[in-house]
Design a protein around this ligand. Structure first.
Ligand code: UGA
Length: 443
């Protein structure tokens, strides 16, 4: 099948490459000429395990191509995926200008039937807006060419995107058109061989499904963080509570890890956008507002614990940070709890010495050269002589630590663990002051 993908960001690139990998002919289009030139040389704008090799072999085999030519891109595929960004507006609602610009571009160039597939996470009602935009652009050209718009939200996790694309739980398609159903079935047939994964529904339900999934997952995390904060003050251990509740299959063990707050490009943005959609239709979603508020507060927990450990005086202290990315397996620092911590530390006059296995370049890009930030080559260099260690991301390399060694490295033996990686007894036995999240220790 010939497929066009608008947008070579995270979602567009993963979608295009995976579809090319299973045999489709894919043309990816972007307005960023520099990005396209780099992609043509095999240089990826993002880090995602396995993606680079897949891009390389699909390009060599001729099934994945890149262009900045919108006319050629519209002429190419029967399916026209829209996978451009929907950054939050100042008020938290999703900014649709890029999505609608693609819609106009499709309307300006199309000469035969197209299925426009909304892949970006867009508010309920966007497919109707995309439809109206294309129809108006066609009408301005004096045309009434047939086309359909459907919603096909992505459920990719950064760091596991290729696996999620190929072996995801479901493929949601919002359409009521039999013609679109047939084409989307053909597109996803390679992933649908062992069991029926396609779930067809109406377009608004598909759009809401995406937000509902992310909001539910974010709610689970904020709920656990709320209980962790209670546990801390009640002298209970959230990790034991987690095991206790997870064993009930109605609750389950997935996605109930407490920590220093959720980050990334999806949960914060989508929870806010859904709350905003609700308020626009005159419904105040107290639950979504609480999920967001609890998370905002949770991101400040590492700083409060540190500050209390040093009696409120962090001026001149050097704090070692293990992990900068918002989660392991990515170099993405969008909305990362590490950023809230670093910015608070700098404001308090402390210095940061940080190590992350993937996100160092991203951190340099975000914060540039500054005297109070040292990016070092390994976990050892980060802690050597530091006044405290804070763990922000649960990378594998941080899971197994010789605590006696760690104690010897630190100038003051303070360890703040934002991901509950260690057995508190073992850490304390080495003479370290250990403060995790929700583990019976109220700092
Ligand atoms: C999330 C969803 O998991 C995907 O299903 C969805 O497709 C994607 O958003 C999207 O909308 O595109 P992602 O943002 O890549 O994926 O990352 P997650 O693995 O979901 O983690 C999000 C944040 O939650 C991280 O900061 C992580 O540390 C935190 N988290 C996760 C917890 O604090 N506790 C948990 O139990 C799980």
């Amino acid at each position: 099948m010939k497929i066009t993908i608008f947008g070579t960001g995270y979602v567009g690139l993963v979608t295009g490459t995976c579809l090319a990998d299973v045999g489709h002919d894919v043309l990816c289009v972007d307005v960023d000429t520099d990005k396209i030139a780099r992609l043509e040389r095999g240089e990826l704008p993002i880090y995602e395990p396995g993606l680079e090799a897949m891009v390389r072999h699909t390009v060599v085999e001729g099934r994945l191509r890149f262009t900045t030519d919108a006319a050629a891109a519209v002429a190419f595929g029967t399916l026209q995926f829209i996978a451009v960004g929907t950054p939050p507006d100042e008020d938290g609602s999703a900014d649709l200008q890029y999505v609608l610009a693609v819609a106009r571009s499709i309307g300006e160039h199309m000469t035969d039937y197209k299925v426009v597939v909304d892949k970006s996470t867009v508010p309920v009602g966007t497919a109707d807006k995309v439809h109206a935009e294309i129809a108006a652009t066609l009408a301005a050209r004096g045309l009434q060419t047939a086309f359909d718009v459907c919603s096909n939200p992505e459920f990719l996790k950064e760091g596991a995107a290729i696996e999620d694309f190929a072996r995801g739980a479901r493929i949601v398609v919002g359409t009521e058109s039999p013609r679109v159903k047939t084409l989307m079935r053909e597109c996803y047939a390679p992933y649908n061989r062992n069991r029926e994964k396609l779930i067809f529904m109406d377009v608004r339900s598909a759009e809401l499904t995406k937000y509902a999934a992310n909001a539910m997952l974010a709610t689970k995390i904020s709920f656990m963080n709320e209980i962790a904060n209670l546990a801390e003050r009640l002298g209970a251990d959230i990790e034991q509570v987690r095991h206790g509740i997870g064993s009930d299959p109605r609750i389950g063990y997935h996605f109930i890890y407490p920590g220093c707050g959720y980050g990334g490009s999806c949960f914060p943005k989508d929870v806010q956008a859904l709350a905003r959609t609700a308020s626009e239709i005159g419904y105040r979603s107290e639950l979504l507002e609480a999920v967001e508020a609890v998370n905002k507060r949770q991101k400040t927990t590492l700083f409060s614990k540190l500050s209390q450990a040093f009696d409120g005086s962090l001026t001149g202290k050097t704090v070692a940070l293990w992990g900068l990315a918002f989660k392991p397996g990515t170099d993405d620092m969008r909305e990362a709890p590490s950023r809230t911590l670093m910015e608070a530390l700098w404001a308090a006059g402390a210095r940061v010495r940080a190590f992350d296995p993937e996100a160092m370049a991203e951190c340099r890009r975000l914060y540039g050269e500054r005297d109070d930030l040292a990016l070092v080559d390994g976990r050892e260099q980060a802690v050597s002589g530091a006044d405290a260690l804070v763990i922000c991301t649960e990378w594998k390399a941080f899971r197994s630590i010789d605590f006696a060694w760690l104690k010897a490295q630190l100038a003051t033996p303070v360890v703040i663990d934002g991901r509950n990686l260690y057995d508190p007894e073992a850490v304390k036995a080495a003479g370290l002051l250990y403060f995790a999240v929700g583990r019976g220790e109220s700092l």
